[in-house]
Design a protein around this ligand. Structure first.
Ligand code: MN3
Length: 197
């Protein structure tokens, strides 16, 4: 059976004009589908078969096929989930309070995530994580993520591989990040935060 490509709960063009339809379609139906198929192939017949994606990613870190495709599978599953056509705005409740306590303001948190994303050389991700009792910002290369590296539990992640933005934004990674905040669904991110408490 193995892992299946998760469905996205909105249409490929639903995040326009912030993220373009063609990028969304290729990103999900080609890139994420590829990680899914390659993960299943890498796990088949090994001791990892039948385990959860979280277990496989962490236990398979020394296997490049599992590390890259397991991370790619998990990271993109989070990415689609934390975006929506009704995204944007600011978090409320416990997450808003935690962000203000940790960073001083919502905009400072966004600046730190953007900085982490901008300074990730080459391909990778930037993250907002829960680590112990704290919110932390970090970035990881390739398809690694903070669960794999032990840096925390991601509640928000932005893909800064060129395949995520180049068609619409060219080399303008910063413009892509600025646009991306308009589709972040803070209700979902808040729910992920609450689950870690
Ligand atoms: Mn990607």
């Amino acid at each position: 059976m193995g892992f299946e490509l998760p469905e996205i709960e909105y249409d490929y063009d639903a995040l326009e004009p912030h993220l373009d339809s063609q990028t969304m379609e290729l990103h999900h139906s080609k890139h994420h589908a590829g990680y899914t198929a390659n993960l299943n192939a890498a796990v088949q017949g090994t001791e990892h078969e039948g385990k959860s994606i979280e277990e496989i990613m962490i236990e398979g870190m020394d296997n490049p096929a599992i590390r890259n495709n397991g991370g790619g599978y998990w990271n993109h599953s989070l990415f689609w989930k934390i975006m929506s056509p009704s995204g944007g705005g600011e978090p409320r409740g416990n997450l808003a309070n935690a962000i203000n306590d940790q960073f001083g303001s919502f905009s400072e948190m966004k600046d730190q995530v953007k900085n982490a994303a901008m300074t990730r050389f080459g391909s990778g991700w930037a993250w907002l994580c829960v680590s112990g009792a704290e919110l932390t910002v970090c970035s990881t290369p390739n398809q690694d993520n903070p669960l794999m590296t032990g840096e925390g539990v991601p509640i928000l992640g932005i893909d800064v591989w060129e395949h995520a933005y180049y068609k619409k934004f060219g080399p303008g990674r910063g413009d892509y990040i600025d646009s991306w905040w308009n589709v972040v669904d803070w209700d979902v991110v808040s729910g992920l935060y609450e689950n870690t408490l």
